[in-house]
Design a protein around this ligand. Structure first.
Ligand code: ARG
Length: 555
């Protein structure tokens, strides 16, 4: 809302002088008592006026705005103060009317979000968890702002690795073992393949041949592939259920097996497809060429992504597509963008990249020795949350439900609290702390409000005078900037923008709680306090939901 006011004031000033090039800035000063300020020196020059005259004119303009209560000149700035009573009433009334809808918007665009996308026959890695969490939060935030969102799980269910998998299975596979523990056993086979291939490089050729059979629809090979896929998906679904995440489609790479030929033809028609040592490539400026077909005719990851992009465009008519994938695939998405550009399309596609997850400073990985079964890690977070809760509140009802919300919330928030480009450290003890920048801290702030409100009845709020107090008004301003925060989050595709906002709101609330007696004798102040904290809880809970977390009444 402050943002809107700033914009309106700016427009009013520009409109008054009828000069669109006028360099008008309306800012929120960090120091001093002003709520808003306009720096005047540049305007004096640009308009060629004397300062007193300018002060008079601009004061008159801004004072016409309903929520501006005074304007004074100081040190080259026109300082304004907002009518805090009116402003607070507007904000709180809106929160109470809209409840969890507060902050919504009506941006009518379509965005495809490609996230999670684990690989069949491999365990769900911590990198896939990051993608799942970031993508899910973005999906919620975009939806709240009115976008039509298509959540896509572009499963890694096709490619030469299935050739390797099947070769390994035929050589060393044990069906009974696989039945009892599919992904773990399949992954062992995959690791074994990579170990054996060093001594026996021809295995690579075998794998390529088998993948070719798969692409050509060989029945036996397909049946094995289908079996790997079904078993893997079962395991992935239990993960999604645990996290409360869902997708609009699970069309993975295999879905594009019959949709790549037209793309290759199109590239050929445009003269972009060239032969290089038997393979078919597209040469790119400033980037390594995109390999579209191998020498044996097999397609590649990028070939399937090209087909997927055009399919999505024709099916969903997107305005933009986000790919929530780790930093290591930067080149891939640059190539994808470059090829489509050469084909004459200006798709708005963005690689929403993110950093590694470290444990004790080392990369967590699914290949090689450091195998992590994420499902167990999250279960462990829930167990530890249960211990912490039991210690704090032994008589808590619904302990299982609370432990699940706290444990999972801790993992999610650890992921989303910082800029996604940064590496994150996976440390259960730290992320489960009730103090500091953690999920439990946010949930606890909301619970603290719930427990205050529990024994109270709110009367209609008529007296807003207390909102002239700085800390009160600071909280009102924070509440008022919820929508703006969500828009900023979408602008940079960064859920951390929302996370930081929620941390700040919680911190300011806790400061308020420390400084003010909420249930005070003065009935008018008490009622205002209750309305204020209730509004804060509405925002906190909705913010948590958007991040993919669960708000609680008790913990
Ligand atoms: N399955 C891939 C991986 O695990 C991620 C796929 C991302 N999405 C895409 N359209 N390329 O690395």
């Amino acid at each position: 809302m402050i943002q809107t006011m700033k914009q309106q004031l700016k427009e009013a000033i520009i409109g008054y002088y009828g000069n669109n090039d006028l360099n008008v800035v309306v800012e929120e000063p960090k120091r001093g008592n002003a709520d808003l300020a306009v720096p005047l020196f540049a305007l004096v020059k640009q308009l060629n006026k004397k300062m007193p005259e300018l002060v008079e004119e601009i004061s008159a303009i801004v004072l016409k705005a309903e929520l501006i209560e005074s304007a004074t000149f100081l040190n080259g700035f026109l300082n304004m103060s907002i009518d805090k009573v009116k402003f607070s009433k507007l904000v709180l009334d809106q929160v109470f009317e809209e409840q969890s809808d507060y902050g919504k918007d009506s941006i009518l665009k379509t965005v495809c979000i490609d996230y999670s996308a684990p690989n069949i026959a491999k365990s769900f890695s911590i990198g896939h968890l990051r993608s799942t969490m970031i993508g899910n939060a973005l999906k919620n935030i975009y939806t709240k702002l009115g976008y039509k969102v298509v959540g896509i799980n572009h499963l890694g269910d096709w490619g030469t690795q299935f050739g390797k998998m099947i070769v390994a299975y035929k050589l060393w596979g044990n069906r009974a073992l696989i039945e009892s523990n599919p992904i773990t056993e399949l992954q062992k086979l995959y690791v074994k393949f990579h170990e054996e291939v060093e001594a026996n490089p021809s295995l690579e050729d075998d794998a390529r041949k088998v993948f070719k059979q798969l692409e050509d629809g060989d029945q036996d090979t397909l049946a094995l592939w289908q079996y790997f896929r079904d078993e893997s998906l079962k395991e992935f679904m239990s993960m999604y259920d645990l996290l409360g995440v869902s997708f609009d489609t699970y069309d993975g790479e295999s879905f594009y097996n019959d949709k790549m030929e037209p793309i290759a033809d199109k590239l050929d028609e445009l003269g972009l497809l060239v032969e290089d040592d038997g393979a078919m490539i597209v040469r790119l400026e400033n980037l390594p060429p995109a390999l579209i077909k191998r020498r044996d005719g097999a397609t590649l990851y990028i070939t399937r992504d090209l087909a997927a992009l055009f399919y999505r465009y024709n099916t969903y008519h997107f305005d933009k597509v986000l790919y929530v994938v780790g930093n290591e695939q930067k080149l891939h998405f640059e190539q994808l963008a470059a090829v489509t550009k050469l084909m004459g399309h200006q798709f708005d596609i963005e690689h929403v990249n993110f950093g590694l997850v470290l444990q004790d400073g080392k990369k967590m990985s699914t290949r090689g020795g450091r195998v992590v079964k994420l499902y167990d890690v999250i279960k462990e977070a829930i167990n530890q949350a249960e211990l912490a809760i039991t210690a704090k509140n032994p008589n808590l009802a619904d302990k299982d439900k609370v432990a699940k919300a706290v444990g999972i919330g801790a993992v999610i928030f650890n992921d989303l609290k910082n800029d996604r480009n940064l590496e994150i450290e996976f440390n259960l003890e730290q992320m489960l702390a009730f103090e500091g920048q953690t999920g439990p801290y946010l949930q606890y702030s909301s619970v603290r409000i719930a427990s205050i409100l529990k024994q109270q009845t709110l009367k209609p709020l008529t007296d807003f005078n207390i909102f002239n107090e700085p800390l009160y008004f600071e909280l009102i301003k924070q509440i008022a900037s919820f929508n703006q925060t969500l828009k900023k989050a979408v602008e940079v595709n960064g859920p951390h923008v929302l996370s930081r906002y929620l941390l700040q709101l919680s911190q300011t609330f806790n400061q308020f709680y420390g400084q003010h007696k909420i249930i005070t004798e003065d009935e008018a102040v008490k009622n205002a306090n209750l309305h204020l904290i209730q509004a804060i809880r509405t925002i906190l809970n909705e913010g948590l939901r958007l991040l993919g977390m669960t708000a609680l009444d008790e913990m």
